[in-house]
Design a binder for this molecule. Structure first.
Ligand code: BTN
Length: 246
């Protein structure tokens, strides 16, 4: 599944690097890994704290034969793989905060950022960036109380190379299932099992107006099904809105 691993001691962002390599023809299954990102990026243009030698910062280049509208599903596939990887290597039980944050004790352990290059008919490549807070012992003030690390939670250091290998192995299994269904149909039950928001009241921050409702789970497209207070059921598309627990 992983055909090539490209390692940098330091880089700007593995997502930026992976996109450049993909443009230059890097094959499907190329994994870009670094020890230190000097310009790590999160969703919505936020920065991603990437101190040297402590975290996992990696980006996977894939060239699946899917429609551009399906690419965001790969972020949910990655969330499942990280859930499994953390569980298998540390025993830690985490939850997935839809669409793709891994959280423990209410604090963020991992973030995922998927980007793609596509035409209407198909995808040139998808880059899924995964940042796991592995061995950080603390976080800068601007991140504050919202983040934690595996080391903080388990009390001991994590072997990052093993965690990367286990996450990628898990990713492969889920990816094969995703490709055979062409959707998350075969994965939505397991995703919903691990989902933090399930059955909970959530606040949907839609640019057209925020509303609250109960999260009923994801569907086969990875959209969040929300029952509004008036009983109406709506589907929330990842990337367009953010969801907060209330
Ligand atoms: C988020 O939750 O906002 C997404 C964070 C994604 C961080 C990872 S770290 C590896 C890859 N390179 C980046 O610059 N970002 C992603």
């Amino acid at each position: 599944f992983i055909k090539k691993i490209v390692y940098y001691e330091e880089t700007d962002s593995t997502n930026i690097r992976a996109k450049k390599l993909a443009e230059e023809g890097a094959p499907d299954g190329t994994l870009v890994v670094t020890d230190f990102q000097n310009a790590g990026r999160g969703r919505r243009g936020r920065m991603w704290v990437s101190p040297s030698g402590t975290g996992i910062f990696m980006s996977l280049i894939l060239r699946p034969d899917i429609l551009p509208s399906s690419a965001s599903m790969l972020t949910l596939v990655a969330a499942l793989a990280v859930y499994d990887g953390i569980k298998e290597t540390t025993g830690l039980e985490t939850v997935i905060k839809w669409p793709n944050d891994i959280v423990a004790e209410g604090k963020k352990l991992c973030g995922i950022l998927t980007e793609m290059s596509a035409e209407l008919e198909g995808i040139h490549y998808v880059v899924t960036g995964i940042g796991i807070n592995a061995n950080m012992t603390g976080f800068p003030e601007e991140v504050g109380e919202s983040a934690t690390s595996l080391r903080i939670l388990t009390g001991g250091p994590v072997r990052r190379s093993r965690l990367i290998a286990v996450v990628m192995k898990a990713y492969e299994g889920y990816y094969v299932k995703f490709k055979s269904c062409g959707s998350l149909a075969g994965l939505m039950d397991v995703y919903n099992e691990h989902m933090a928001n399930l059955g909970r009241e959530v606040k949907v921050l839609d640019p057209a107006g925020a509303y609250t409702g109960k999260a009923l789970g994801i569907d086969e497209k990875g959209e969040l099904i929300v029952e509004k207070a008036d009983g109406k059921v709506v589907r929330v598309v990842s990337g367009e809105v953010s969801v907060r627990g209330i």
